[in-house]
Design a protein around this ligand. Structure first.
Ligand SMILES: Nc1nc2c(ncn2[C@@H]2O[C@H](COP(=O)(O)OP(=O)(O)OP(=O)(O)O)[C@@H](O)[C@H]2O)c(=O)[nH]1
Ligand SMILES: [Mg+2]
Length: 297
C-alpha cells in the first residue's frame, strides 16, 4: 500500500526565540533570514521537509509581540492566521527568557489545539538547572503533547523534535511538490537577504523602519544576474545612515548581500542598491502585498 502523510506545522513564538534558525536548520539551508534583533521575520515562509513518506510543511511566522504600528499588526496577524489550519503547532520559546507575558498570552490563544508542541530553544546558552522549572511552568499552562529542549543553532534535539512532529501528520496525498522547497517568491527572497544585512550592520531602531524591494532582475549574455533593489527609508536622516560616509555603509551591505546571493544560488550577480525616502511606506497597501502581508485597515 502507498501510504502518504502530509500536513502543516505552524511555528510560533515570541520574536527572537529562534524560529527561523530552527526552520533553516531543519531544511539545511536558509529559508528565512535570521538576525540578533527582534522582529526579523515579517511574513509567513513555507518550507517543505520529507521524513520518509511523511511530508511536513513548516510555516515560519513573524514573532509575536504587542503590536503598535500597522506593520506590527499585519505581522502578528500573519502569525496567528498560520495556526488556524495547522495540523500541529510548535511553540518556540527562548530558554534564557523563560515564560514571559508574551508567551502566556500566546499560549492562551493556541491552547485548544490537539497537536500542541513546545520547544525550549537556546539550551546551549543557559545553565541546565534553569530548564526544569521552565518545563514545569509550561505543563501548567497547557496540554502540550511533548516538551522538547533544543538548540536550533547547534542542531541539538532537532532530530527528535522532527520525528515527533512527523508522527502526527495526517494521512493525505502530498500537498506540495517536494521540489518546491519554499514558497517565498524569488524577488522577495532576494530582498530578504539584503534586509538581513541591513539588520546586521545598522544598529538601533532603524532596521524596523526600512523595507527592501527587488525592482528588476536581468540576466546578461554571460549569465550574470543584475539585481536592482531599492531600500526604502522613512526620512532623509535614515537615508544618510544607510548610505554612510562616502557610501561605505551601503557598500558593506551590498557586498555582503551579493556574496550571500552568489553562495546560496551558485550564480554570479551584480547587486544595484538604491536608497529612497518614502515617509509613508508603512501606510500604503501595495507595500504590504509585495511583502506577502495583508493590509488591514
Ligand atoms: N545561542 C543560541 N542562539 C540561537 C539559537 N537559535 C537562534 N539563536 C539566535 O537567536 C537570534 C534570533 O534568531 P531568529 O531565528 O532570527 O529568531 P526568530 O524567532 O525567527 O525571530 P523573529 O523573526 O524576529 O520573530 C539569532 O541571533 C540566532 O542566531 C540557539 O539555539 N542558541
Ligand atoms: Mg524569524
Amino acid at each position: 500500500m502507498n501510504d502518504t502523510y502530509s500536513g502543516f506545522v505552524a511555528i510560533v513564538g515570541p520574536t527572537n526565540a529562534g524560529k527561523s534558525t530552527l526552520v533553516n536548520q531543519i531544511m539545511g539551508r536558509k529559508v528565512s533570514i535570521v538576525s540578533h534583533k527582534v522582529q526579523t521575520t515579517r511574513t509567513r515562509h513555507r518550507a517543505v521537509k520529507m521524513v520518509g513518506n511523511r511530508q511536513l510543511i513548516f510555516v515560519d511566522t513573524p514573532g509575536v509581540f504587542r503590536p503598535k504600528r500597522r506593520l506590527d499588526r499585519a505581522m502578528v496577524g500573519a502569525a496567528m492566521d498560520a495556526t488556524t489550519d495547522a495540523d500541529a503547532i510548535l511553540l518556540i520559546i527562548d530558554a534564557s527568557h523563560g515564560i514571559t507575558e508574551t508567551v502566556r498570552d500566546l499560549v492562551g490563544k493556541i491552547a485548544g489545539h490537539k497537536n500542541l508542541f513546545v520547544a525550549v530553544n537556546k539550551v546551549d546558552a543557559v545553565q541546565k538547572s534553569a530548564l526544569l522549572p521552565i518545563a514545569a511552568q509550561l505543563s501548567e499552562l497547557a496540554e502540550f503533547r511533548e516538551i522538547f529542549m533544543i538548540s536550533a543553532l547547534k542542531n541539538d534535539g532537532v532530530e527528535q523534535l522532527l520525528g515527533a512532529l512527523a508522527a502526527v501528520m495526517p494521512q493525505s496525498p502530498y500537498l506540495f511538490d517536494a521540489a518546491d522547497a519554499t514558497d517565498v517568491p524569488d524577488e522577495l527572497y532576494l530582498a530578504e537577504l539584503t534586509r538581513e544585512k541591513v539588520y546586521k550592520y545598522i544598529h538601533q531602531e532603524l532596521p524596523y523602519h526600512i523595507n527592501v524591494m527587488t525592482e528588476q532582475v536581468d540576466v546578461d549574455s554571460d549569465g550574470v544576474l543584475d539585481i536592482y533593489q531599492k531600500i526604502v527609508v522613512a526620512n532623509p536622516a535614515h537615508k544618510k545612515i544607510v548610505i554612510g560616509r562616502g557610501g561605505a555603509q551601503l557598500k558593506q551591505i551590498g557586498t555582503a548581500a551579493r556574496r550571500d546571493i552568489q553562495d546560496q544560488w551558485g550564480v554570479n550577480a551584480r547587486l544595484h542598491l538604491f536608497v529612497r525616502v518614502e515617509p509613508d511606506w508603512e501606510e500604503r497597501a501595495e507595500n504590504y502585498a509585495a511583502q506577502g502581508l495583508e493590509f488591514k485597515k
